[in-house]
Design a protein around this ligand. Structure first.
Ligand code: HEM
Ligand SMILES: *[C@@H]1O[C@H](CO)[C@@H](O)[C@H](O)[C@H]1NC(C)=O
Ligand SMILES: *[C@@H]1O[C@H](CO)[C@@H](O)[C@H](O)[C@H]1NC(C)=O
Ligand SMILES: *[C@@H]1O[C@H](CO)[C@@H](O)[C@H](O)[C@H]1NC(C)=O
Ligand SMILES: *[C@@H]1O[C@H](CO)[C@@H](O)[C@H](O)[C@H]1NC(C)=O
Ligand SMILES: *[C@@H]1O[C@H](CO)[C@@H](O)[C@H](O)[C@H]1NC(C)=O
Ligand SMILES: *[C@@H]1O[C@H](CO)[C@@H](O)[C@H](O)[C@H]1NC(C)=O
Length: 328
């Protein structure tokens, strides 16, 4: 008798604890829309592929958008909100330079509102678009996107400035920035592989090429052959009109060559170079460089983890009608 009371009590405790732990993980799920909007993921993919097919440079923009969304207030689409008369939003903060792809998100949202009004969140659309953008050139998805995110209503320039790591960051700063989002060093190295596609403006790294210590010198950790090449592209330290591919000669192909160029001292930002300055991080660089399959697999795992940062689920947040503005 006494025994079974104790057992009952324990079972209740276990159920309550499991419930709390479950809530902590935000309750994203694979195929959240399978009943409420079964065609949601197909529609999102076909719109993304249509636009990325028309302009392959957009794949990098969509991938970066998800990162910028998740690192500021969690993956809740705050990065999409426009500034208003009395608020400067994240997208108008300095680190927004060259952020793009908003018109594609709006096109996906419009298609989904037509098919299933008020069901699919902008935050899920950003997560799906990042996955589908990377998948376009490969022809297959590298990860399942968990869905069920809801949208926030607040977007602040100040938080983008505080929460997005600077490209001038050293390893300790990057590690701390990712740790504050519950992402480890392995995630940091693997997700930085996102720089395997896309471009950077000369002004972001121009000091490394033209005037590193104020003596008209270049960063000694930057490959001299690469410096000479970059000088043929960038018209000076503060050239904001020119972009270069972050992986020399590529920029459109998502693969693990990013890790090879890191080892050749061709990482474009100080934050890329930083990954080889820590023993464990450098080990992860070597592992990612050695095998494309391992990189693809780990990239998917870390993207799912990043995609769960600070999400709003259940009855938190809202479903925006238009991604760039709050519902009136
Ligand atoms: C580790 C910290 C990171 C830093 C400091 C950083 C910084 C930057 C900077 C400064 C740019 C160029 C912006 C410009 O030229 O205006 C850039 C571009 C980009 N970043 Fe990152 N980033 C980081 C992590 C990530 C992650 C985790 C992803 C995605 C998984 C990502 C994806 C991209 C992509 C795809 C581009 C190219 C965008 C384009 O072509 O327009 N970055 N990043
Ligand atoms: C922002 O300004 C509008 C009028 O332009 C006003 O109605 C609104 O209450 C203001 N919001 C905040 C948060 O101050
Ligand atoms: C970035 O912010 C500036 C203002 O700081 C704004 O003029 C520009 O349109 C923003 N860019 C994007 C892509 O939102
Ligand atoms: C490099 O920077 C220093 C100090 O900021 C400046 O005085 C100098 O003119 C710059 N040199 C070049 C070549 O831009
Ligand atoms: C990655 O893509 C680039 C650009 O298309 C290509 O030059 C390189 O060989 C590819 N790397 C691997 C390992 O497939
Ligand atoms: C510089 O880059 C070239 C390829 O562009 C590579 O062959 C060489 O090994 C690199 N040098 C150093 C010191 O990393
Ligand atoms: C958001 O801002 C962009 C750029 O200023 C503008 O083109 C777009 O129409 C705005 N979206 C909405 C829904 O107001």
């Amino acid at each position: 008798m006494k025994y079974s009371k104790v057992m009952n009590f324990l079972i209740v405790v276990i159920v309550v604890v499991l419930g709390i732990v479950g809530d902590c993980y935000g309750q994203l799920q694979d195929g959240y829309y399978k009943d409420s909007c079964p065609q949601a993921e197909d529609i999102a993919r076909s719109v993304t592929w249509q636009y990325v097919g028309a302009n392959p440079a957009m794949a990098a923009k969509l991938l970066r958008l998800h990162f910028h969304d998740c690192f500021v207030r969690g993956c809740e689409a705050s990065v999409l909100l426009n500034s208003t008369a009395n608020n400067t939003a994240e997208k108008d903060a300095f680190p927004n330079l060259s952020l793009g792809g908003f018109y594609i998100i709006d096109a996906i949202k419009a298609a989904l509102e037509k098919a299933c009004p008020g069901i699919v969140s902008c935050a899920d659309i950003v997560a799906l678009a990042a996955r589908d953008a990377v998948a376009h050139q490969l022809g297959y998805s590298l990860w399942e996107v968990q869905t069920g995110r809801r949208d926030g209503t607040v977007s602040l320039e100040s938080e983008a400035l505080a929460d997005l790591p600077s490209p001038a960051s050293n390893f300790a700063t990057l590690k701390q920035s990712f740790a504050s989002k519950n992402l480890g060093v392995k995630d940091l190295v693997v997700l930085s592989g996102g720089h395997g596609i896309g471009v950077a403006q000369c002004i972001i790294f121009g000091n490394r090429v033209y005037n590193f210590t104020g003596k008209g010198d270049s960063d000694p950790t930057l490959n001299a052959t690469y410096v000479a090449y970059l000088k043929t592209k960038c018209k000076g330290e503060f050239d904001s009109a020119t972009t270069v591919p972050m992986v020399p000669g590529s920029g459109l192909t998502f693969n693990n060559t990013y890790y090879t160029i890191l080892k050749e001292n061709e990482g474009i930002f100080t934050s890329d170079v930083a990954l080889t300055t820590d023993i464990y991080a450098n080990y992860v660089v070597d592992v990612m460089r050695a095998n494309m399959g391992t990189f693809f697999n780990e990239f998917g795992n870390s993207m799912r983890k990043m995609g769960a940062v600070g999400v709003l689920t259940g009855n938190q947040g809202v479903i925006r009608k238009k991604c760039a503005v709050n519902n009136s």
